[in-house]
Design a protein around this ligand. Structure first.
Ligand code: AMP
Length: 282
């Protein structure tokens, strides 16, 4: 496995791969790798000749009062993990090489970025869209892999790729969960044992909502109420950012579930902000 820190060298290396007709599968991450990340890496390996993984904790997507400094960075462990997966190229840029000199160019995917998490994390998706655009230009992948866990991010990147004519297949992979349903996340490491046990309440709320939808309830207000009730049951949630029933493409709230819907929640347990979602297909 090659480990490269300089964007220009990654760009040249990837160009050499594509000029030989090789397909590149790309998995962008912020590290602190877990089975969720590995599921994307394995899929990329299955579907492409070359697999490129990046690890970069992108300052542009963190707000001033967010956890950029505290974000876990187990670099040596991550390098070992990626090496074990037999990845071809690991891109480890530092901040100064990604945002060098007078850096003033940002990408905003409008409307989609203002909803759900965007309403609570101003500028977050602008930072995500900017770094992904840069990474796409550096790696020029054939396919790029994202997790459904960050559903809004995946929808925004699909739109970005379409709007900016990136010839890249954006592939959304299922959420990998702990046994009790908690979606794997690098931020789970911040939870105390007690908080970790309570954190499965997010998934329980989604499953309860999905159950009542299956039994015939289609009114979004009723569905949201059920989710709020489950979330408050254990008394572990410090604050709920949102509980939504929305259109999976536009992310607009719906009042009645028609064909498809996205159920999504964001809540804080202590200082840790967790998100989760499930897609309902009727
Ligand atoms: P992150 O390192 O948090 O930026 O995540 C990198 C990629 O891994 C993103 O596309 C995430 O959506 C994806 N990911 C994170 N957690 C999971 C999970 N539990 N299951 C599947 N994909 C995930």
């Amino acid at each position: 496995m090659e480990i490269i820190r300089i964007p220009r060298i990654v760009q040249d290396t990837c160009k050499q791969y594509t000029s030989k007709g090789r397909t590149i599968g790309f998995v962008p991450t912020m590290g602190a790798l877990h089975e969720g990340h590995l599921s994307l890496i394995r899929r990329a390996k299955d579907e492409n000749d070359i697999t490129v993984v990046s690890i970069f904790v992108n300052p542009a997507q963190f707000g001033p009062s967010e956890d950029f400094e505290e974000y876990p960075r187990p670099m040596e462990e991550d390098i070992g993990t990626v090496r074990n997966e037999d990845v071809d190229l690991l891109f480890l840029p530092d901040t100064s090489s990604m945002y060098s000199g007078l850096y003033v160019t940002y990408i905003t995917v409008e409307t989609l970025s203002d909803k759900l998490c965007g309403a609570f994390r101003p500028g977050h998706f602008r930072g995500v869209s900017t770094v992904i655009t840069k990474l796409f230009n550096i790696v020029s992948p054939t396919r790029a892999y994202f997790g459904q866990k960050d559903y809004q991010q995946a929808v925004i990147i699909k739109q970005l790729a379409l709007d900016l004519n990136f010839d890249i297949d954006i592939i959304i992979c299922p959420t990998i969960r702990e046994r009790d349903g908690l979606a794997l996340s690098s931020r789970n490491a911040f939870l105390t044992e007690e908080q970790r046990t309570a954190a499965s309440v997010l998934y329980k709320a989604l499953i309860k909502a999905s159950d009542i939808i299956e039994s015939g309830v289609s009114n979004a207000e009723q569905i949201r109420e059920v989710m709020h009730t489950v979330l408050s049951e254990e008394g572990a949630i410090t604050e709920t950012d949102y509980v939504v029933v929305c259109d999976p493409d536009t992310l607009d709230d719906v009042s009645e579930i028609g064909r498809n819907a996205l159920l999504a929640v964001a809540a804080r347990i202590g200082d840790t902000r967790l998100i989760d979602n499930i897609l309902i297909k009727l």
